[in-house]
Ligand binder design. Structure first.
Ligand code: ADP
Ligand code: MG
Length: 239
């Protein structure tokens, strides 16, 4: 089964009086268990695509199936999709409640989804991303950008998603931590069979992680790349 099956997908925004086409895609399929990369410059529509797949951007047209279910325009996700699809945002500040301690930000999504909350296994998960258990007592503003991003990754993973959407997941992290987190995500994918879609402006990150990908330009697919294509394109581009 395909984790994502897009027959067509268009998103238009208003820019002044005239509509502006942010996304206009055809024929994009991501297989279950695969790591799929979205590469493209700033403003190309990468985040908009992920937001549609996360159920956050609900004004779109076309035909989109996610984990075997057809999405409906202007409808929030219901049922198991809410847990099965998780997104890690480019800016984790936006996704963590500023007035809630990290403990609460990690506990509530599990409780809402009927999963038990066990502080000891949570501390083990934090440890896997290099965070001490003390962060549970802190507020988001008491963490660095990289620490917040790692909390956001733990929060997404602890819901055992089937589809993990990562929007520039490691751009706030230094190179060593970046590699550790990416390897952790990769290992998790291999263990659980979850599907990952990784957005990055960095072809090297995508080539390191992904089986296939597309280059998006001005909301359209400019190029489709298989594993070799990704590696070739990365080799042709300096770090
Ligand atoms: P990327 O993530 O590739 O940098 P985005 O998907 O964020 O690009 O944005 C694609 C285009 O759509 C950009 O021109 C951006 O300004 C525009 N855009 C994104 N979100 C909105 C919105 N909510 N309203 C109007 N324009 C938007
Ligand atoms: Mg973006």
């Amino acid at each position: 089964m395909n984790a994502v099956d897009i027959g067509s997908l268009a998103v238009n925004f208003k820019r002044g009086a005239s509509p502006f086409s942010a996304l206009d895609l055809e024929d994009l399929r991501v297989e279950e268990g695969e790591c799929f990369g979205l590469i493209g410059g700033s403003g190309s529509g990468k985040s908009t695509l992920l937001r549609v797949l996360a159920g956050l951007q609900r004004d779109w047209s076309g035909g989109v199936r996610l984990l075997g279910r057809s999405l409906e325009v202007k409808r929030a996700f219901t049922g198991s999709l809410r847990r099965e699809v998780q997104m890690v945002f480019q800016d984790p500040y936006a996704s963590l409640h500023p007035l809630h301690r990290i403990r609460r930000s990690l506990r509530e999504p599990r409780q809402i989804n009927g999963l038990p909350f066990d502080e000891r296994s949570l501390i083990a998960s934090l440890d896997q991303v290099g965070l001490p258990g003390e962060v549970l007592d802190r507020f988001p503003h008491q963490l660095s950008g990289g620490q917040r991003q790692r909390v956001a990754i733990v929060r997404a993973l602890q819901l055992q998603p089937k589809l993990l959407l990562l929007d520039e997941p490691t751009s706030a992290l230094d190179m060593t931590v970046q590699a550790e987190i990416l390897n952790l995500l990769q290992a998790r994918r291999q263990d659980t069979g979850m599907t990952m879609i990784v957005v990055s402006h960095d072809i090297h990150t995508v080539a390191h992680l992904c089986d296939r990908g597309v280059v998006i330009k001005q909301g359209r697919i400019e190029q489709r790349l298989d594993r070799n294509g990704l590696i070739e394109r990365a080799d042709g581009q300096a770090w």
